[in-house]
Design a protein around this ligand. Structure first.
Ligand code: SF4
Length: 369
């Protein structure tokens, strides 16, 4: 028997239309789902007969939690399974000051193939639907209500799944639902110039982070193959456009790879790229992932000295610099480490060759990772 369709992620009007109910019923069901209701029976302001009909024909969520790992710093990494055994990971972070942030995935696997990222080794399996993106937020809320901040930095490249991400944002930001301000949602891209322009002109007005890694074009091509079709000058133009449209300050994420991108030349290239843009550079010492190599050598974490020196060099160039506080490493839930459990919760191996749909997507976007 085919699994029942899920209702999570739909907006009040969509629920009312789908279920053939008056608009106020759509709002009631939406509110229950957004607050984490796990059964129709718990929706006590709905008539009993409606609750019974809903339970016969629908489920609330389509995903399930396969495993959870909690790090000593309170970070929780959840492996979730969606339709067809699609496995993804979602991370909940607490910053010690009571602010809770969820890190969402937008794709199962990723077509971009950045060499320093675990997810990049998985290949691309499929885009997540808006409902599957929204459900991650709900699963995080089961663990810890009151999430105020969302980062879209999990598995996948969000700007290659922008339509579904937009719909998920409509859920996250809805005033009758989670009510997250778009300015508290940060989308991180590996550098899809068309996607940045599309986001700038079509919204939502979320914050943007560019995973830059290096502003040395040749090195970036080797580290992040997406650069071959999205060269740095094109990316800079897209960022200028984003800021012209009122997108605000952009974060340049600089993952630091020991001995590779932490020298004076790298700092000067980054400063040249940043010129004319309103940016802050977030330096992220690479989080170890076993088996990742570059130019035949295993990648390594930068030493504390290398990190401090690179920061000094950037500041000397006049850049504003922050350093990401490392969280979630104990559960491989830190930046660039997602993907381990995705293998085990997928029915079909995520290491399978890219599906035709993925190849089309890569060609369309210009990614060739
Ligand atoms: S860093 Fe982001 S875009 Fe690059 S492979 Fe990993 S998930 Fe994909």
């Amino acid at each position: 028997m085919a699994p029942l369709p899920g209702l999570a992620g739909l907006l009040p009007g969509e629920l009312a239309e789908l279920l053939g109910l008056p608009p106020f019923r759509g709002v009631q069901i939406f509110k229950w789902i957004s607050r984490g209701a796990l059964s129709f029976d718990s929706m006590t302001d709905l008539p009993l007969s409606l609750r019974e009909t809903l339970a016969e024909k629908y489920r609330i969520r389509t995903g399930s939690v396969k495993s959870r790992l909690e790090a000593p710093d309170g970070t929780v990494k959840s492996a979730l399974a969606f339709g067809g055994g699609t496995g993804i990971e979602m991370v909940l972070l607490a910053d010690g000051r009571g602010r809770k942030t969820v890190c969402l995935s937008t794709q199962a696997g990723c077509p971009a193939g950045c060499v320093f990222c675990k997810t990049g080794t998985l290949g691309f399996r499929r885009n997540l639907s808006a409902a599957e993106i929204a459900e991650q937020f709900l699963f995080a809320g089961d663990l810890s209500p009151g999430i105020s901040t969302v980062v879209v930095m999990g598995m996948g490249e969000p700007l290659l799944n922008l339509a579904e991400f937009r719909r998920a944002c409509a859920f996250l930001c809805h005033r009758d639902g989670p009510g997250i301000s778009p300015r508290r949602i940060t989308v991180s891209t590996c550098g899809i110039a068309d996607g940045i322009r599309d986001l700038a002109s079509g919204g939502p007005p979320v914050r943007l982070a560019l995973s830059l890694a290096t502003a040395d074009e040749e090195l970036r091509k080797a580290l992040m193959p997406i650069t071959k079709t999205n060269p740095l000058p094109l990316l800079k133009e897209a960022l200028l456009y984003f800021q012209e449209k009122g997108g605000g300050r952009v974060t340049l994420e600089a993952v630091l790879l020991g001995g590779i991108n932490t020298g004076g030349k790298d700092a000067r290239a980054m400063a040249a790229f940043a010129r004319g843009l309103d940016v802050v550079v977030n330096i992220i010492p690479w989080n170890p992932v076993e088996g990742l190599v570059f130019s035949g050598l295993p990648l390594r974490e930068p030493s504390a000295g290398e990190t401090a020196e690179f920061r000094r060099l950037l500041e000397k160039e006049g850049l504003k610099v922050t350093r990401r506080y490392r969280r979630g490493r104990g559960v491989s839930g830190a930046c660039g480490q997602l993907g381990e459990s995705a293998r085990t919760c997928a029915e079909a191996p995520m290491y399978a060759p890219a599906q035709p749909a993925a190849e089309r997507l890569i060609r369309k976007s210009g990614a060739d990772g």
